[in-house]
Design a protein. Structure first.
Lengths: 483, 220, 314
């Protein structure tokens, strides 16, 4: 039952916000809807922890520990982002970058985007998964171009076309999957249900499935931001409004990777070899290394952190590619850490850029003086994402690298090099932003940074201590992905 | 060669689809492109309907009807309107000259046929041999997207790609489950309208629909 | 065997004699469609007769090749006409040359024509020769592709066998043949210097191709070339009929079917000529630098036809 609430609340919220229009309290409604969604997600999570995996709605929805963890994460970050965007967008409006109508579009698309992602996570049908992913893209295209500047239009256009082509490839992959499934399960609606496919995965035609996986990986991988199809990601992150960057980076990438993982489980079962894992490791490693070296060259702060997202998604993909209980566990943990930390960073960056009136890092200086909260938020976030202990990212990265060392020693030098380069460049660039000299006066208003510290606090906590039930949960999910 | 007549017609329509894909590659005018797109949709709808009739797959009738309404009537109408409103119907040279594009296209067709051969051998449908053509249509649409720099042709290329995928689904498996097809159609519809809005925004901001102006965001 | 040789001779002779008539028919149709009063259908014969009675004027520095070329071209075309089954399939000559050789014979005639055009050294001749080569280098591979498609279906490159197979198979839609037919039509138009690639009825345009090459010829030489041109059109029409509408051509040893075959042939040619005239009337000549595109499309269609044959019809 919770599942209908979970999907229904953001959807009705989106429609309501579109119809109700540009009233004064739209941001509050937006946050309220997100909060209700979070409640529904919490109830659902509770039920799954209690009762184990379940199917709802005649097999159309399927929740197990893997996706319920992502559902909880998505709902949580969506809620905190809505909290953050409430004052942030209001200030943007005061600055004249937005008008009320675009704000209405923003709120409505935001909720629909969340609904689409939740649908993608909870559906049991690989075809619906595709539809939901595409819907999530469509909902965000107009968000990326919200400011209507030439650069933002270009970014949105690139985002649409590249992801459109990617998602078309994924559709072909889905068709191939259906083609293989139809032979075993017979035609009709049930042949694309993941649970059914999972039951018969050993009988699926290996050649077709390996081809299907290539298409699915490249298709959904475009949305994950895997190199070499990543070029939309920095643009979209840099040119869209900051809350959108936060949810794109923190959530959409995860959901796309989730789609890849669901396919990988099937393909592994059908092939019985490491083909899928090796492909993912290759793409992941390439993304990590490429992104690390591109970070060095960035001048725009949001762009830089977008590349950092590519790097981390590459790392997660690599870890999932390695497979095995430990690597999957580490990847899931890293997914959580990255979502929380990266969205926190974007919140802090959003206020910093709003204050400085530019996204260029050279123009942002001495945050610690103008507003210590933002400064500390950004600094802590950066330290956390760079994998400094005791933050949780350290734990997950450490796990990934030790596993890599153990199982694929050849890859570790690349990973360490990339992480080192990323560390040096990001830290070197953020440090003057926070501690440098500045002429600017103090910020007149108090920024809404509760979400930042909430996220970072969670990351810190998970770095020091993972509650046993959470660890058990992760382990269960890791097992599901083929331990 | 003992195919029944309706299957021969499906094959003929498949060949026609491929031909239209090539015609799109060589078409210089946007209105011509829209017309070709409509014809492609018509061929697609007709072949889907014939497959539905000859194999008794009732859900394919719905697919055919959706295709007819969306891709033959609604979208071309919308595009015609867009072109008229924006006044962009001029002869536009693609970025790569047309004969070269055609040659690349032939290579892509050969590639697609080879790629599809092992899959279609496994398929149990009577229309399996057209899978290669479907894949070729997808690749050709992709090629068209690469060689165009204007917004509307790019979108039409995207939709043509979707047409090819739809045809692939029909020929390999008699179409996806109806729910999925409905979802895909909905997505495509929403996508086109989002793009319509988007094209106006681009026009407003750049005063042109030539995406060559969009070169600011490059990795330096 | 003797009937075969007789038939062969009769058919070749028929082609040579009827070729100007086809040309006349096309011109007449065109005149009707354009609303002009049509010249009599026998006009090409009168032109030929007139030209044969004139004295030839030849440039001072023309080499023997210049005089020899018209005979060669005419001979090539006559040979080509002899290979293509028009009314009967029983052609003893045809094993000597299959469709690939046929393309070679056309090429031979073209080479001589181009050489002769350049022989005088006038600007127009060279220009025409270059343009002709531009057209042919695209048209020939396309023509070969068309033949290959037909050969693949019938498993032979011998024209009589191809015709036999195509005429006597069970009726089925061959998408590959449809493609090949359209490609063949486009190639024929280009090879016979018709609109939209070239305009046969004028030689005062800077865009002319064929007419530029024969500007220097007069009298009997010109007559031979004109006749060869008519013969070429006839041969191409016969080829098209043989490949794509093969019904009615008399099978081997079936002498009784000959009158019917003749009738069918005449009907098909009349129809083909009328269609040619109609298409010429409704289309405009393309600019010269678009001609490669036109032929490229023909080539593309031919290749597609072949590929589709592999995919759908094997």
């Amino acid at each position: 039952m919770e599942i209908y609430w979970l999907l229904g609340i953001p959807l009705t919220g989106g429609i309501f916000l579109a119809l109700w229009g540009c009233r004064k309290h739209a941001p509050e409604i937006n946050a309220l809807v997100s909060f209700l969604t979070l409640l529904a997600a919490a109830l659902l999570t509770h039920r799954i922890i209690d009762q184990g995996p379940m199917m709802v709605g005649a097999g159309w929805f399927f929740i197990d520990s893997f996706n319920v963890f992502l559902v909880a994460l998505t709902a949580f970050v969506a809620f905190t982002t809505a909290l953050f965007s409430r004052p942030y967008m209001r200030i943007e409006q005061e600055h004249g970058k937005l008008n009320a109508q675009r704000l209405r579009l923003y709120h409505s698309s935001y909720q629909i985007f969340i609904a689409a992602m939740l649908l993608a996570l909870t559906t049991n049908n690989m075809g619906i998964l595709w539809v939901a992913m595409e819907a999530a893209t469509l909902a965000t295209v107009l968000l990326v171009s919200l400011y209507r500047t030439p650069a933002s239009l270009e970014a949105a256009w690139k985002y649409f076309i590249l992801c459109g082509v990617g998602i078309a490839l994924a559709l072909f992959g889905t068709i191939l999957l259906y083609f293989a499934a139809e032979k075993v399960l017979g035609s009709g609606g049930t042949a694309l249900l993941w649970t059914h496919l999972n039951g018969v995965k050993a009988q699926l035609e290996p050649t077709v499935l390996s081809l299907a996986f290539v298409f699915l990986l490249v298709g959904y991988g475009t949305k994950v931001g895997l190199a070499p199809l990543h070029s939309w990601l920095p643009d979209a992150h840099a040119e869209g409004p900051t809350p959108v960057s936060a949810v794109l980076s923190g959530l959409l990438l995860n959901v796309a990777l989730y789609a890849v993982m669901r396919s990988k489980v099937l393909v592994d079962g059908a092939l019985g070899n490491d083909m899928a894992g090796n492909l993912m490791m290759g793409f992941g490693l390439l993304s990590v290394v490429l992104a690390a070296f591109l970070i060095k060259r960035q001048t725009d702060v949001k762009r830089m952190f977008a590349y950092s997202s590519i790097e981390h998604m590459g790392l997660i993909t690599f870890a999932f590619g390695m497979g095995g209980a430990v690597a999957n566990f580490a990847a899931l943990l890293h997914m959580t850490m990255h979502s929380l930390t990266k969205s926190a960073i974007f919140f802090a960056v959003g206020h910093a850029t709003q204050k400085a009136g530019t996204q260029l890092m050279d123009g942002i200086r001495g945050l610690i003086k103008t507003n210590p909260t933002i400064g500390w938020g950004l600094m802590l976030g950066t330290v956390a994402i760079l994998g400094v202990p005791p933050f949780g990212v350290f734990a997950s990265e450490f796990l990934i690298i030790t596993t890599a060392m153990h199982e694929h020693p050849w890859a570790t030098p690349f990973l360490l090099l990339a992480l080192g380069v990323a560390f040096a460049s990001i830290f070197g660039k953020v440090q003057p932003m926070v501690f440098g000299e500045t002429e600017l006066p103090k910020l007149p208003y108090q920024p809404a940074l509760t979400p930042v510290f909430l996220h970072l606090g969670l990351v810190l906590m998970l770095g020091l201590f993972i509650p046993p039930y959470l660890a058990a949960w992760y382990r269960q999910a890791a097992q599901l992905l083929g331990g | 060669m003992t195919l029944t007549y309706h299957l021969q017609i499906v094959n003929l329509l498949a060949a026609l689809l491929l031909l239209i894909s090539f015609a799109m590659l060589s078409q210089r005018r946007i209105v011509g492109l829209v017309t070709l797109f409509a014809w492609q949709g018509a061929a697609l709808a007709l072949s889907t309907a014939i497959v539905a009739w000859s194999t008794d797959q009732h859900h394919l009738y719905y697919s055919a009807a959706i295709t007819l309404v969306l891709k033959v009537v609604a979208m071309p109408w919308y595009f015609y309107r867009l072109v008229r409103k924006l006044d962009v119907n001029r002869v536009v040279e693609p970025m790569i000259n047309i004969p070269t594009t055609m040659l690349i296209g032939i290579v892509l067709v050969i590639f697609a046929f080879n790629l599809a051969l092992p899959i279609s051998e496994m398929s149990g449908t009577v229309t399996r041999s057209t899978l290669g053509i479907a894949l070729a249509c997808v690749l050709l649409a992709f090629l068209m997207m690469i060689t165009r720099s204007k917004a509307i042709p790019l979108v039409i290329g995207f939709l043509a790609m979707e047409n090819g995928l739809f045809f692939a689904a029909t020929s390999a498996t008699y179409g996806m489950p109806l729910v999925v097809e409905l979802g895909v159609a909905l997505d495509v519809l929403v996508g086109v309208f989002v793009l319509g809005i988007f094209i106006f925004q681009i026009r407003e901001t750049f005063d042109s629909l030539d995406l060559k102006h969009m070169e600011k965001l490059k990795e330096r | 065997m003797s009937t075969g040789i007789l038939l062969q001779l009769a058919q070749t002779l028929l082609a040579i004699l009827l070729a100007p008539l086809l040309m006349g028919w096309v011109n007449q149709c065109r005149a009707w469609l354009q609303g002009r009063s049509a010249p009599p259908i026998t006009q090409p014969y009168r032109t030929l007769k007139k030209l044969f009675h004139k004295d030839a004027v030849i440039a001072h520095h023309a080499s023997p090749l210049f005089r020899f070329a018209p005979y060669m071209i005419f001979a090539c075309m006559a040979l080509a006409a002899g290979i293509v089954p028009t009314i009967a399939n029983d052609l003893p000559f045809s094993p000597a040359a299959d469709v690939i050789a046929l393309v070679g014979i056309f090429a031979l005639a073209r080479v001589f024509l181009a050489l002769a055009a350049m022989d005088i050294g006038s600007a127009f001749g060279t220009l025409g020769a270059r343009r002709e080569m531009l057209v042919s280098f695209l048209a020939e591979p396309a023509l070969l592709m068309v033949f290959f498609t037909a050969s693949l279906i019938s498993q032979s490159t011998q024209l009589p066998i191809i015709v036999q197979t195509l005429a006597h198979r069970e009726f089925a839609i061959y998408p590959s043949l449809a493609f090949a037919a359209v490609a063949f039509w486009m190639i024929s138009v280009a090879e016979n210097a018709r609109i939209p690639v070239d305009n046969p009825s004028t030689h005062l345009e800077l865009t002319m191709i064929h007419e530029a090459m024969i500007l220097e010829y007069s009298a009997r030489h010109l007559a031979l070339i004109e006749w060869a041109v008519a013969l070429k059109l006839f041969t191409y029409s016969a080829l098209g009929v043989a490949l794509f509408l093969p019904w009615g051509i008399a099978a081997q040893g079936d002498v009784a079917a000959l009158p019917l075959a003749l009738l069918a042939m005449v009907a098909k040619l009349l129809l083909g000529g009328a269609v040619l005239a109609f298409l010429e009337t409704i289309s405009a000549k393309v600019r010269l630098f678009r001609a490669p595109e036109f032929l490229g499309t023909a080539f593309l269609l031919a290749v597609l036809g072949m590929l589709i044959h592999f995919l759908l019809e094997v």
